[in-house]
Design a protein around this ligand. Structure first.
Ligand SMILES: *Cc1c(COP(=O)(O)O)cnc(C)c1O
Length: 426
């Protein structure tokens, strides 16, 4: 305005800029202040509820003995590093080689210019591992779960989901327009009732975690598949806490039930047992995978997996596809931990899975117990409401193939010492 009315001169421009700055800052200050106070009260609520999650800072690779940034060396019993491959030298070397040969990243989604030969190799290896027709790789299993339901299911379809399914399945289902049923946790009677209610759909899909991570319990997959057959439904299993290490050769929950190939669709992660870098996938019928490549939004609109991550996934699959060495060590360790803890008087929940929840009941007891464990250099985490039901607080121990017997014995000894001190055991 001033420039149109007045002849532009330095003074006018100076005043104009000053006014503009003053207005912008005043607005921003007020705005920021409002944002901060709104969030602050939310943060207080979380802290008061006792569910605040503090992050411990690690200054070493992921492994059984880790270094915290306060200089403390601790024994780690809470990683999803079931096969101990997160810092496996061969995996690291493969990632480094891929960095040199294929670069740091693709700066593209898959369908534009983000598919390298190694991306196809990884997808083919995953298909071969699960004996499926095809596989689509995502940046994470959260993305795989976010993409599949919306792509596959329409208002003519029905999805039935275990009430304790992983958050990413719940969110994925929220995005789709199918009719939705939540059945009681692992309750086949309830599932069958809901299958009856939903008859007449174009597609009916039953969705479940293979293994439930808070309890180390397994979905009754055999019964689910039988029900699916009876009601002409499809089965979807999220096998993040099973792929690579559960079942006789690590093929996951369906193999655990001697039902290889029994599930229609498997989603899983490369971010847990399979090297732990990142990445998720859907594996199943080739028509489904083709449709996901055309329509799945987290796939179409998000960057390709970086080459070092792809290469570490490939290397892990090479290491575990024809050998059960890692799996065997993990099973031996799990058995050793569970049997020593049980004979000491602890209650360990779960179905012989390397997730070993040490049941304590009281929330304060669980967090005090975990704190005392850390003082003795054993890194474990207490879980309480709302992550697990009230009065079912626990310390979740996760066993790895990389743990030595001595490390497990050391953890059990400390559990016994503190368990006596806090009068959890005699
Ligand atoms: C960890 C987990 C996910 C998420 O996997 P990311 O690859 O880390 O995104 C999804 N579902 C289940 C059951 C999980 O345990």
């Amino acid at each position: 305005m001033s420039r149109i009315l007045l002849k532009p001169n330095k003074f006018a421009i100076f005043i104009e800029t000053l006014i503009a700055k003053f207005l912008a800052n005043g607005y921003r200050l007020q705005h920021t202040h409002n944002l901060k106070s709104v969030i602050q009260s939310q943060l207080e609520t979380i802290k008061k509820a006792g569910t605040w999650k503090a992050e411990r800072i690690i200054a070493s690779p992921q492994r059984t003995q880790i270094l915290l940034n306060n200089g403390k060396k601790v024994l780690n019993f809470c990683a999803n590093n079931y096969l101990g491959l997160s810092d496996n030298p061969k995996v690291i070397e493969a990632a480094k080689n891929a960095l040199d040969k294929y670069g740091a990243g693709l700066s593209s989604v898959r369908f534009i210019c983000g598919t390298q030969e190694i991306h196809k190799e990884l997808e083919n290896k995953i298909s071969a591992f699960h004996k499926r027709e095809d596989t689509i790789v995502y940046a994470s299993c959260f993305d795989a779960n976010a993409g599949i339901f919306e792509t596959l299911l329409t208002p003519e379809d029905t999805v039935l989901s275990d009430e304790l399914n992983h958050a990413s399945i719940i969110d994925g289902i929220r995005l789709c327009k199918a009719k939705k049923f939540r059945y009681k946790h692992r309750d086949m009677k309830d599932l069958e009732e809901k299958l009856n209610e939903s008859s007449g759909s174009r597609l009916t899909l039953i969705a479940t975690d293979g293994v439930f991570s808070m309890d180390g319990t397994v979905a009754p997959l055999k019964d689910i598949i039988e029900l699916a057959k009876k009601y002409n439904a499809l089965t979807f299993v999220d096998d993040c806490h099973a792929t690579g290490f559960f079942g006789k050769t690590g093929r996951g929950t369906e193999e655990h039930f001697n039902y290889l190939g029994g599930v229609d669709i498997i989603n899983s992660t490369l971010g847990k047992a399979l090297g732990g870098a990142a990445g998720g996938y859907t594996t199943g019928p080739k028509e489904l995978i083709a449709l996901l490549r055309q329509r799945s939004r987290p796939y179409l609109f998000s960057n390709s997996l970086p080459p070092p991550v792809v290469a570490s996934g490939i290397k892990v699959l090479d290491l575990i596809s024809n050998s059960t060495d890692f799996l065997q060590r993990m099973e031996d360790n799990t058995h050793h931990f569970r049997s020593r803890m049980t004979s000491a008087g602890f209650i360990i929940s779960g179905d012989n899975h390397p997730i070993c929840p040490v049941m304590l009941g009281d929330a304060k007891l669980a967090s005090d117990f975990a704190e005392k464990m850390l003082e003795k250099n054993i890194y474990v985490i207490g879980f309480s409401y709302p992550v697990v039901p009230r009065e079912k607080a626990r310390i979740r121990v996760q066993i790895s193939a990389a743990h030595t017997k001595e490390e497990i014995d050391r953890a059990v000894d400390v559990f016994i010492e503190i368990g006596r001190e806090l009068q959890v055991i005699q």
